[in-house]
Design a binder for this molecule. Structure first.
Ligand code: 1CP
Length: 348
Protein backbone atom coordinates (compact mmCIF):
# COMPACT_ATOMS: atom_id res chain seq x y z
CA UNK A 1 0.00 0.00 0.00
CA UNK A 2 1.34 3.47 -0.80
CA UNK A 3 1.43 6.16 1.87
CA UNK A 4 -1.16 8.87 1.30
CA UNK A 5 0.48 12.27 0.93
CA UNK A 6 0.35 14.36 4.12
CA UNK A 7 -2.10 16.70 2.47
CA UNK A 8 -4.67 13.91 2.37
CA UNK A 9 -4.82 13.90 6.17
CA UNK A 10 -7.98 15.85 7.11
CA UNK A 11 -6.33 17.42 10.18
CA UNK A 12 -3.42 18.83 8.12
CA UNK A 13 -5.78 20.04 5.39
CA UNK A 14 -7.76 22.00 7.98
CA UNK A 15 -4.53 23.53 9.30
CA UNK A 16 -3.70 24.65 5.76
CA UNK A 17 -6.93 26.66 5.75
CA UNK A 18 -9.39 24.26 4.15
CA UNK A 19 -12.97 23.94 5.45
CA UNK A 20 -13.02 20.13 5.80
CA UNK A 21 -16.44 18.43 6.17
CA UNK A 22 -16.90 16.73 8.54
CA UNK A 23 -14.24 18.66 10.48
CA UNK A 24 -11.30 16.67 11.84
CA UNK A 25 -11.48 15.90 15.55
CA UNK A 26 -9.08 15.20 18.39
CA UNK A 27 -9.31 16.06 22.11
CA UNK A 28 -6.79 17.63 24.43
CA UNK A 29 -5.70 15.01 27.03
CA UNK A 30 -7.29 12.28 24.90
CA UNK A 31 -4.83 9.90 26.55
CA UNK A 32 -5.25 9.88 30.30
CA UNK A 33 -6.88 8.67 33.44
CA UNK A 34 -10.48 8.54 32.10
CA UNK A 35 -9.38 5.43 30.12
CA UNK A 36 -9.04 2.16 32.09
CA UNK A 37 -6.34 0.95 29.70
CA UNK A 38 -4.30 4.11 30.47
CA UNK A 39 -4.59 3.50 34.22
CA UNK A 40 -3.36 -0.03 33.64
CA UNK A 41 -0.18 1.08 31.83
CA UNK A 42 0.26 3.99 34.27
CA UNK A 43 0.31 1.51 37.17
CA UNK A 44 3.32 -0.26 35.63
CA UNK A 45 5.40 2.95 35.48
CA UNK A 46 7.60 4.16 38.28
CA UNK A 47 5.83 7.53 38.47
CA UNK A 48 4.46 9.88 35.84
CA UNK A 49 7.80 11.18 34.50
CA UNK A 50 8.99 7.59 34.06
CA UNK A 51 5.93 7.02 31.86
CA UNK A 52 6.86 10.08 29.75
CA UNK A 53 10.44 8.79 29.41
CA UNK A 54 9.52 5.17 28.52
CA UNK A 55 9.08 5.17 24.72
CA UNK A 56 7.24 1.82 24.56
CA UNK A 57 4.72 2.78 27.25
CA UNK A 58 4.30 6.39 26.08
CA UNK A 59 3.65 5.12 22.55
CA UNK A 60 1.09 2.62 23.83
CA UNK A 61 -0.89 5.23 25.82
CA UNK A 62 -0.83 7.64 22.86
CA UNK A 63 -2.32 4.93 20.62
CA UNK A 64 -5.04 3.83 23.07
CA UNK A 65 -7.55 6.62 22.30
CA UNK A 66 -6.90 6.22 18.55
CA UNK A 67 -7.87 2.54 18.72
CA UNK A 68 -11.06 3.29 20.63
CA UNK A 69 -12.24 6.36 18.78
CA UNK A 70 -10.34 6.83 15.51
CA UNK A 71 -9.35 10.46 16.16
CA UNK A 72 -7.86 12.41 13.23
CA UNK A 73 -4.73 13.29 15.21
CA UNK A 74 -2.55 11.70 17.87
CA UNK A 75 -0.75 13.92 20.38
CA UNK A 76 2.61 12.76 21.67
CA UNK A 77 2.28 11.54 25.25
CA UNK A 78 4.61 13.68 27.34
CA UNK A 79 4.23 16.75 29.55
CA UNK A 80 5.08 20.44 29.35
CA UNK A 81 7.30 20.04 32.44
CA UNK A 82 9.87 17.77 30.78
CA UNK A 83 11.49 20.99 29.47
CA UNK A 84 12.37 22.42 32.92
CA UNK A 85 13.48 18.91 33.88
CA UNK A 86 15.75 18.74 30.81
CA UNK A 87 17.18 22.17 31.72
CA UNK A 88 18.33 20.70 35.04
CA UNK A 89 15.53 21.76 37.42
CA UNK A 90 14.35 19.15 39.94
CA UNK A 91 10.81 18.08 38.89
CA UNK A 92 8.66 15.41 40.55
CA UNK A 93 5.01 14.42 40.25
CA UNK A 94 3.57 13.33 43.59
CA UNK A 95 0.63 10.93 43.27
CA UNK A 96 -2.60 12.93 43.42
CA UNK A 97 -0.83 16.21 44.15
CA UNK A 98 0.41 17.47 40.81
CA UNK A 99 3.87 18.70 39.92
CA UNK A 100 6.52 19.82 42.38
CA UNK A 101 9.61 21.80 41.24
CA UNK A 102 12.60 23.33 43.01
CA UNK A 103 11.58 27.01 42.57
CA UNK A 104 13.67 29.40 40.45
CA UNK A 105 13.36 32.78 42.21
CA UNK A 106 16.76 34.47 42.35
CA UNK A 107 19.57 35.13 39.90
CA UNK A 108 21.63 32.38 41.58
CA UNK A 109 18.88 29.80 40.90
CA UNK A 110 19.56 30.26 37.17
CA UNK A 111 23.07 28.83 37.53
CA UNK A 112 21.83 25.24 37.44
CA UNK A 113 19.77 25.71 34.28
CA UNK A 114 21.46 24.88 30.99
CA UNK A 115 20.61 23.86 27.45
CA UNK A 116 23.57 21.50 27.26
CA UNK A 117 21.83 18.36 28.53
CA UNK A 118 18.55 18.90 26.71
CA UNK A 119 19.01 16.61 23.71
CA UNK A 120 20.28 13.78 25.90
CA UNK A 121 17.57 14.04 28.56
CA UNK A 122 14.77 14.29 26.02
CA UNK A 123 16.03 11.51 23.75
CA UNK A 124 13.35 9.06 25.03
CA UNK A 125 10.64 11.57 24.03
CA UNK A 126 12.10 11.85 20.53
CA UNK A 127 12.20 8.04 20.39
CA UNK A 128 8.47 8.00 21.26
CA UNK A 129 7.77 10.43 18.40
CA UNK A 130 9.65 8.16 16.02
CA UNK A 131 7.77 5.04 17.17
CA UNK A 132 4.44 6.86 16.87
CA UNK A 133 5.23 8.17 13.44
CA UNK A 134 5.62 4.56 12.25
CA UNK A 135 2.61 3.23 14.20
CA UNK A 136 -0.29 5.63 13.58
CA UNK A 137 -2.84 4.99 10.80
CA UNK A 138 -2.04 6.69 7.46
CA UNK A 139 -4.92 9.19 7.69
CA UNK A 140 -3.99 10.23 11.26
CA UNK A 141 -1.64 13.17 11.88
CA UNK A 142 0.97 13.31 14.65
CA UNK A 143 1.03 16.41 16.87
CA UNK A 144 4.11 17.39 18.86
CA UNK A 145 3.84 19.98 21.63
CA UNK A 146 5.47 22.10 24.28
CA UNK A 147 4.26 24.50 26.91
CA UNK A 148 4.56 28.14 25.86
CA UNK A 149 7.35 30.02 27.70
CA UNK A 150 5.02 32.02 29.99
CA UNK A 151 3.10 28.96 31.26
CA UNK A 152 6.23 26.85 31.76
CA UNK A 153 7.87 29.79 33.58
CA UNK A 154 4.95 29.92 36.06
CA UNK A 155 5.65 26.33 37.13
CA UNK A 156 9.39 27.00 37.32
CA UNK A 157 9.03 30.10 39.51
CA UNK A 158 6.09 29.00 41.69
CA UNK A 159 7.51 25.51 42.15
CA UNK A 160 4.28 23.90 40.95
CA UNK A 161 0.66 24.76 40.17
CA UNK A 162 -0.65 28.12 41.31
CA UNK A 163 -3.89 30.08 41.49
CA UNK A 164 -2.62 33.65 41.58
CA UNK A 165 0.97 33.44 40.22
CA UNK A 166 2.22 35.96 42.80
CA UNK A 167 5.89 34.89 42.67
CA UNK A 168 5.98 34.74 38.87
CA UNK A 169 4.24 38.09 38.40
CA UNK A 170 6.43 39.71 41.07
CA UNK A 171 9.48 38.69 39.03
CA UNK A 172 7.94 39.57 35.64
CA UNK A 173 6.74 43.02 36.81
CA UNK A 174 9.50 43.91 39.30
CA UNK A 175 12.59 42.34 37.69
CA UNK A 176 11.73 42.12 34.00
CA UNK A 177 15.41 41.68 32.99
CA UNK A 178 15.74 38.62 35.23
CA UNK A 179 12.39 37.18 34.17
CA UNK A 180 13.29 37.94 30.54
CA UNK A 181 16.37 35.74 30.91
CA UNK A 182 14.16 32.83 31.97
CA UNK A 183 11.76 33.44 29.08
CA UNK A 184 14.67 33.65 26.61
CA UNK A 185 16.06 30.36 27.90
CA UNK A 186 12.62 28.77 27.46
CA UNK A 187 12.32 30.11 23.90
CA UNK A 188 15.70 28.52 23.09
CA UNK A 189 14.92 25.23 24.83
CA UNK A 190 11.41 24.94 23.35
CA UNK A 191 12.67 25.72 19.83
CA UNK A 192 15.29 22.99 20.11
CA UNK A 193 12.79 20.55 21.63
CA UNK A 194 10.09 21.19 19.00
CA UNK A 195 12.47 21.08 16.03
CA UNK A 196 13.74 17.69 17.23
CA UNK A 197 10.12 16.49 17.47
CA UNK A 198 9.59 17.54 13.84
CA UNK A 199 12.77 15.76 12.79
CA UNK A 200 11.48 12.56 14.39
CA UNK A 201 8.09 12.71 12.69
CA UNK A 202 5.79 15.31 14.27
CA UNK A 203 3.64 16.88 11.53
CA UNK A 204 2.14 19.81 13.47
CA UNK A 205 2.84 21.49 16.81
CA UNK A 206 0.70 22.88 19.60
CA UNK A 207 1.91 25.45 22.13
CA UNK A 208 0.00 25.19 25.41
CA UNK A 209 -0.25 28.56 27.17
CA UNK A 210 -2.67 27.42 29.85
CA UNK A 211 -2.18 30.49 32.08
CA UNK A 212 -2.04 33.19 29.37
CA UNK A 213 -5.28 34.65 30.75
CA UNK A 214 -3.65 35.70 34.03
CA UNK A 215 -1.81 38.71 32.54
CA UNK A 216 -2.99 42.28 31.87
CA UNK A 217 -2.83 43.54 28.28
CA UNK A 218 0.66 45.08 28.22
CA UNK A 219 2.23 42.19 30.15
CA UNK A 220 0.41 39.74 27.86
CA UNK A 221 2.08 41.43 24.88
CA UNK A 222 5.48 41.13 26.51
CA UNK A 223 5.35 37.63 28.06
CA UNK A 224 2.82 35.77 25.88
CA UNK A 225 2.74 37.32 22.40
CA UNK A 226 6.40 38.26 22.01
CA UNK A 227 8.02 34.97 23.15
CA UNK A 228 5.44 32.97 21.16
CA UNK A 229 6.17 35.07 18.08
CA UNK A 230 9.91 34.43 18.43
CA UNK A 231 9.37 30.71 19.01
CA UNK A 232 7.10 30.38 15.96
CA UNK A 233 9.59 32.35 13.86
CA UNK A 234 12.45 30.07 14.94
CA UNK A 235 10.47 26.92 14.13
CA UNK A 236 9.31 28.23 10.75
CA UNK A 237 12.80 29.37 9.76
CA UNK A 238 14.28 25.98 10.68
CA UNK A 239 11.49 23.75 9.33
CA UNK A 240 9.24 25.68 6.91
CA UNK A 241 5.73 24.40 6.36
CA UNK A 242 5.12 22.86 9.80
CA UNK A 243 1.80 24.25 11.09
CA UNK A 244 1.65 25.64 14.64
CA UNK A 245 -1.45 25.83 16.84
CA UNK A 246 -1.45 28.39 19.67
CA UNK A 247 -3.57 27.97 22.81
CA UNK A 248 -3.54 31.20 24.84
CA UNK A 249 -6.15 29.90 27.27
CA UNK A 250 -8.23 32.58 28.99
CA UNK A 251 -6.95 35.41 26.78
CA UNK A 252 -10.45 36.71 25.90
CA UNK A 253 -10.31 39.66 23.48
CA UNK A 254 -6.50 39.33 23.45
CA UNK A 255 -6.94 36.29 21.19
CA UNK A 256 -7.08 38.83 18.35
CA UNK A 257 -3.63 40.44 18.80
CA UNK A 258 -2.30 36.94 19.59
CA UNK A 259 -3.53 35.72 16.19
CA UNK A 260 -2.37 38.86 14.38
CA UNK A 261 1.10 39.04 15.88
CA UNK A 262 2.44 35.54 16.68
CA UNK A 263 2.38 33.91 13.24
CA UNK A 264 0.44 30.81 14.37
CA UNK A 265 -1.56 28.90 11.75
CA UNK A 266 -4.41 28.03 14.13
CA UNK A 267 -5.75 28.91 17.56
CA UNK A 268 -7.37 26.65 20.08
CA UNK A 269 -10.34 28.43 21.65
CA UNK A 270 -11.06 27.98 25.34
CA UNK A 271 -14.59 27.29 26.50
CA UNK A 272 -15.34 30.94 27.29
CA UNK A 273 -14.70 32.37 23.81
CA UNK A 274 -17.89 33.50 21.99
CA UNK A 275 -18.01 31.53 18.75
CA UNK A 276 -19.78 34.10 16.56
CA UNK A 277 -17.03 36.57 17.46
CA UNK A 278 -14.27 34.01 16.76
CA UNK A 279 -15.75 33.07 13.38
CA UNK A 280 -16.09 36.69 12.34
CA UNK A 281 -12.82 38.01 13.78
CA UNK A 282 -10.30 35.16 13.91
CA UNK A 283 -11.36 32.56 11.33
CA UNK A 284 -10.56 34.78 8.30
CA UNK A 285 -6.95 34.81 9.57
CA UNK A 286 -6.36 31.33 11.07
CA UNK A 287 -7.91 27.89 11.50
CA UNK A 288 -10.08 27.59 14.62
CA UNK A 289 -9.95 24.69 17.05
CA UNK A 290 -12.25 24.04 20.02
CA UNK A 291 -14.12 24.56 22.25
CA UNK A 292 -16.58 22.15 23.87
CA UNK A 293 -16.72 22.49 27.66
CA UNK A 294 -14.98 19.36 29.03
CA UNK A 295 -17.74 19.14 31.65
CA UNK A 296 -20.34 18.71 28.87
CA UNK A 297 -18.50 15.50 28.11
CA UNK A 298 -19.16 14.40 31.69
CA UNK A 299 -22.80 15.55 31.64
CA UNK A 300 -23.54 13.69 28.39
CA UNK A 301 -27.06 13.14 27.01
CA UNK A 302 -29.11 15.78 25.20
CA UNK A 303 -27.03 18.65 26.59
CA UNK A 304 -23.89 17.17 25.05
CA UNK A 305 -25.61 16.56 21.72
CA UNK A 306 -26.86 20.10 21.39
CA UNK A 307 -23.56 21.65 22.52
CA UNK A 308 -21.73 19.66 19.81
CA UNK A 309 -24.27 20.67 17.16
CA UNK A 310 -24.06 24.31 18.13
CA UNK A 311 -20.28 24.38 17.75
CA UNK A 312 -20.39 22.51 14.44
CA UNK A 313 -23.06 24.75 12.95
CA UNK A 314 -21.26 27.96 13.89
CA UNK A 315 -17.65 26.99 13.12
CA UNK A 316 -17.60 24.41 10.35
CA UNK A 317 -18.19 26.73 7.37
CA UNK A 318 -14.54 27.80 7.57
CA UNK A 319 -11.31 26.03 8.54
CA UNK A 320 -12.08 24.26 11.81
CA UNK A 321 -10.89 21.38 14.01
CA UNK A 322 -13.30 20.00 16.61
CA UNK A 323 -11.80 19.84 20.11
CA UNK A 324 -12.53 20.73 23.73
CA UNK A 325 -11.98 24.12 25.37
CA UNK A 326 -9.50 22.45 27.76
CA UNK A 327 -8.34 18.90 28.56
CA UNK A 328 -10.57 15.86 29.19
CA UNK A 329 -11.26 15.44 32.93
CA UNK A 330 -10.48 12.11 34.65
CA UNK A 331 -14.15 11.47 35.58
CA UNK A 332 -15.30 11.57 31.92
CA UNK A 333 -17.30 8.47 30.91
CA UNK A 334 -15.51 6.91 27.90
CA UNK A 335 -18.88 6.22 26.21
CA UNK A 336 -19.57 9.97 26.03
CA UNK A 337 -16.35 10.42 24.04
CA UNK A 338 -17.60 7.71 21.64
CA UNK A 339 -20.87 9.63 21.29
CA UNK A 340 -18.99 12.86 20.57
CA UNK A 341 -16.85 11.40 17.80
CA UNK A 342 -19.89 9.70 16.25
CA UNK A 343 -21.77 13.01 16.14
CA UNK A 344 -18.85 14.94 14.66
CA UNK A 345 -18.22 12.28 11.99
CA UNK A 346 -21.91 12.32 11.00
CA UNK A 347 -21.89 16.09 10.37
CA UNK A 348 -22.52 17.21 6.80
O1 1CP B 1 -0.68 10.56 36.80
C1 1CP B 1 -1.09 11.01 35.71
O2 1CP B 1 -1.56 10.26 34.86
C2 1CP B 1 -0.92 12.52 35.57
C3 1CP B 1 -1.91 13.24 34.73
C4 1CP B 1 -1.19 13.92 33.55
C5 1CP B 1 -1.28 13.58 32.19
C6 1CP B 1 -2.13 12.48 31.59
C7 1CP B 1 -0.26 14.99 33.66
C8 1CP B 1 0.23 15.63 34.90
N1 1CP B 1 0.20 15.29 32.38
C9 1CP B 1 -0.41 14.45 31.46
C10 1CP B 1 -0.13 14.39 30.00
C11 1CP B 1 -0.14 15.65 29.22
N2 1CP B 1 0.03 16.91 29.75
C12 1CP B 1 -0.28 15.76 27.81
C13 1CP B 1 -0.32 14.60 26.80
C14 1CP B 1 -1.56 13.79 26.81
C15 1CP B 1 -2.71 14.16 25.93
O3 1CP B 1 -3.01 15.36 25.70
O4 1CP B 1 -3.36 13.24 25.45
C16 1CP B 1 -0.27 17.13 27.51
C17 1CP B 1 -0.44 17.76 26.14
C18 1CP B 1 -0.05 17.83 28.73
C19 1CP B 1 0.11 19.28 28.82
C20 1CP B 1 0.13 19.95 30.15
N3 1CP B 1 0.73 19.54 31.32
C21 1CP B 1 -0.38 21.25 30.37
C22 1CP B 1 -1.02 22.12 29.29
C23 1CP B 1 -2.44 21.75 29.02
C24 1CP B 1 -3.41 21.99 30.15
O5 1CP B 1 -3.99 21.00 30.62
O6 1CP B 1 -3.62 23.16 30.53
C25 1CP B 1 -0.13 21.59 31.70
C26 1CP B 1 -0.51 22.88 32.41
C27 1CP B 1 0.57 20.51 32.31
C28 1CP B 1 1.12 20.44 33.70
C29 1CP B 1 0.62 19.27 34.46
N4 1CP B 1 0.82 17.97 34.10
C30 1CP B 1 0.20 17.11 34.97
C31 1CP B 1 -0.41 17.92 35.97
C32 1CP B 1 -1.20 17.39 37.15
C33 1CP B 1 -0.14 19.26 35.65
C34 1CP B 1 -0.55 20.49 36.45
C35 1CP B 1 -1.87 21.05 35.97
C36 1CP B 1 -2.25 22.30 36.76
O7 1CP B 1 -1.39 23.07 37.22
O8 1CP B 1 -3.48 22.51 36.90
Amino acid sequence: MTEPSPSSKPFLRALKGEAVVPPPCWLMRQAGRYLPEYRQVRATANGFLDLCYSPGKATEVTLQPLRRYGFDAAILFSDILVVPHALGQAVTFREGEGPCLEPVRLAKDFAGLTLSGLQGRLRPVFETVKLLSAAIPPSTALIGFAGAPWTVATYMVEGGSSKDFVETKKMAYGQPELFGRLIDLLVDASAEYLIAQIDNGAEALQLFDSWAGALPEDQFARWVIEPTRRLVERIKQARPGIPVIGFPRGAGALYLPFVEQTGVDAVSLDTGIPLDWAVKTLQPKVTLQGNLDPVMLIAGGAALDSAIERILSICSKGPFIFNLGHGILPSTPPENVARLIEKVKAWS
